[in-house]
Design a protein around this ligand. Structure first.
Ligand code: GLU
Length: 212
């Protein structure tokens, strides 16, 4: 099982997320990816196969308030850059990192392709952001409520054992039905991971999410 991590913070230095992702390497992985975003700004995604080079990111001096990251242990789709997480929908609105397996992804993917949606990867994970985009109504009055309602529709379609983190704009969602997700809190920061020690070492208080 690989690792997932996310941070949302008023502190625009993402080093905790980069370092945290590096610490998740002990769980085994073949590739990795990380998304950086400042509030109300576009997301930048880096993906690669092999080892995480912390100095590469440090040298870039990235400013970011929201990050999601992933160390992948491929189950569906070869070990290739395009299959590394985060995955996103065609319009680049919904970004997802996932641990686990979506058993019925082929059926969902075939139906979405029939509706004209183009996929970028071979993974099971990509159906999550594509389904979000499919069900989400961007003209809604209440964005938060629409996201929660879309989450319900997407989850109802997915079979398997998995946990995922999703970023949409300045919203961050976590879902799990088996693999652990721990949410940590600091005064001006939320720090999330599949690894309890990582969250304990990076937050003042934390909660372990229950199933569903
Ligand atoms: N099934 C997903 C994939 O192959 C996630 C695997 C994992 O838990 O790293 O991309």
């Amino acid at each position: 099982m690989c690792g997932i991590i996310a941070r949302m913070s008023l502190d625009s230095n993402p080093i905790k997320t980069i370092q945290g992702l590096k610490e998740l390497e002990y769980r085994g992985y073949d590739s990795y990816g990380i998304l950086f975003s400042s509030f109300k700004e576009e997301s930048i995604v880096y993906k690669d196969i092999g080892e995480i080079d912390v100095s590469f990111f440090n040298n870039k001096n990235i400013k970011s308030n929201i990050e999601i990251g992933h160390t992948r242990w491929a189950t569906h789709g070869d070990v290739e850059k395009r299959n590394a997480h985060p995955h996103f929908d065609t319009a680049n609105n919904f970004f997802v990192v996932m641990n686990g397996i979506i058993e019925n992804f082929q059926k969902i993917k075939i139906n979405l392709i029939k509706d004209g949606i183009k996929f970028n990867s071979e993974t099971d994970t990509e159906v999550i952001p594509q389904l979000f985009s499919y069900y989400f109504n961007p003209l809604c009055k209440d964005l938060r409520q629409e996201l929660i309602s879309t989450m319900g529709k997407v989850i109802a379609e997915l079979k398997g054992e998995f946990s995922f983190l999703l970023k949409y704009g300045d919203f961050l969602f976590a879902y799990k039905n088996m693999n652990p997700i721990i949410v940590g809190f600091l005064e001006k920061e939320v720090f999330i991971s599949s690894d309890i020690n990582l969250v304990m070492n990076n937050s003042d208080e934390y909660v372990i999410l229950d199933d569903n």
